[in-house]
Design a protein around this ligand. Structure first.
Ligand code: DLL
Length: 433
């Protein structure tokens, strides 16, 4: 179902006219209200009136995570605190979090975009949404929650954790849509099985999963184990939270970016040069309707590409391919670039291997050593040692063949690798850089 037919299927020309008008208003706003942007524009010798067409956006300077850190906590806000009704923060693993704010109208916009996203993932008014994204500073829980209410669905604000109780609630409350990270979805499936609950007997139709990279193979695994249709949702706190882009359940082939609210670009992460459609690079976003925390040409560090071919669902908004990883997640193993999601794809193709893995990187005698720890099913683990070694060698060979990197594979017992209730931790990098 398309939630906002007018905007989601708008002809390109009309859409771009709206984008330009909104971009101009945003530039005026940040120039007037945020000293950081005013200074940046001055340094580049630009004022908002120099931007006379959408393509002039390319002349504006980028904004980086470091800029947000330098202006911690509220320096990037474009409205007085009186007008800020909500504060969230990104889940940074190191240092201080990135703080973002929303006006009442921003919350309204976000709810609309999340209502669109849930509809795009197969939800409608009559649905019951089991929302297992974490509620709190993380944008996942509340972002989905407001969208579900806006859509008119019933939302169960279960948040992450307390997994056994979640399964009981799923049985009793009969939710039809599941929202959580893909890794937590798998964990829910696993705990249900332990409790003797078959997802086939539950009532789910679809799931809207995101907040971390996951591969196509992982989607198939989730769909098979949880008996539902899985779509990918993308977003980041700095730009909005969940709802920046989402797949449609019709095509499941790329995520439609809400282009009436954001302008997306792909750049070469090394040179900053803007890349054409179909080329892989770093995603850059400019918000064009946000009031409290507008952002201009934000370098997300997420790797993707844009496609402009029409989609069978009828939406006219550009599609981004699933995010394969972040520039700062990319492992360089003896000079070879590897994303955890590429290893995931290789693993998921192997018979008997479970979707729970971790990459450990060490440095010995100045050489990088990559160890892939991956769980195998009970039946395989109880096989002879020789069989396990054969499988380890086979996985290692496939990784070498597909990714060109040598990895030591260590098969581990079921349930050895830590389960996450939110974003999974896939990499342990022990190198001192
Ligand atoms: O993760 C917002 C969100 C919540 C998205 C719920 C989807 C669902 P942050 O905590 O600020 O916000 O983290 C943003 O997570 O830059 C990506 O690196 C990663 N990410 C988010 N969605 C996806 C996805 C939320 N579908 C960072 N695929 C982003 C891959 C994703 N990576």
């Amino acid at each position: 179902m398309i939630y906002n037919m007018e905007y989601e299927t708008m002809p390109r020309e009309a859409l771009e006219a709206i984008q330009f008008k909104r971009l101009q208003a945003t530039l005026e706003r940040v120039y007037a209200m945020v000293p950081f942007y005013r200074n940046k524009f001055h340094e580049a010798g630009i004022t908002p009136s120099d931007v006379r067409a959408l393509s002039d956006l390319h002349c504006l300077p980028f904004t980086t995570k470091q800029d947000l850190r330098d202006n911690y906590p509220y320096g990037m806000f474009a409205v007085p605190m009186d007008n800020v009704v909500r504060i969230h923060a990104s889940s940074g693993t190191t240092g201080k979090p990135t703080v973002v704010g929303y006006t009442a109208r921003d919350i309204e916009t976000w709810a609309e975009l999340m209502a669109r996203a849930l509809a795009s993932g197969g939800a409608s008014r009559g649905d019951i949404i089991h929302n297992a994204y974490g509620y709190g500073l993380f944008t996942g829980g509340l972002g989905v929650h407001y969208g579900a209410e806006k859509l008119g669905a019933s939302v169960i604000p279960i948040s992450g954790g307390n997994t056994k109780r979640q399964i009981m609630i799923m049985k009793d409350f009969r939710p039809t849509i599941l929202t959580c990270t893909p890794s937590y979805a798998l964990h829910l499936g696993e705990v249900a099985q332990e409790m003797g609950v078959d997802f086939q007997g539950l009532h789910f139709k679809s799931g809207v999963f995101g907040a971390e990279p996951w591969s196509e193979e992982m989607r198939q695994e989730i769909e098979r184990k949880l008996h539902l249709s899985a779509v990918d949702i993308y977003g980041l706190s700095e730009v909005l939270g969940p709802g920046v882009a989402v797949e449609c359940i019709d095509a499941k082939n790329g995520l439609h970016i809400a282009e009436d609210h954001f302008i997306a670009e792909i750049i070469d992460p090394e040179t900053g040069e803007v890349l054409p459609n179909g080329k892989r690079g770093e995603l850059v976003f400019t918000s064009i309707t946000k009031e409290a925390f507008p952002i201009i040409r934000y370098r997300t560090r997420d790797i993707s590409m844009l496609h402009r071919e029409p989609c069978i669902c009828g939406r006219t908004h550009v599609r981004m391919s699933r995010v394969t990883g972040r520039t700062d997640d990319m492992l360089i193993i003896r000079g070879v670039n590897v994303f955890p999601s590429q290893i995931e794809s290789v693993l998921m193709e192997m018979e008997g291997v479970e979707p729970h893995y971790q990459l450990v990187v060490d440095r010995k005698d100045n050489l990088d050593l990559l160890t892939v720890r991956v769980e195998v099913g009970e039946h395989i683990f109880s096989d002879e040692v020789r069989m396990l070694q054969t499988l380890e060698r086979k996985i290692s060979k496939n990784i070498k063949e597909f990714l060109g990197v040598s990895a030591k594979v260590k098969l581990v017992e079921p349930k050895t690798i830590e389960r996450s209730e939110g974003k999974a931790k896939r990499v342990i990098d022990n190198r001192v850089l």
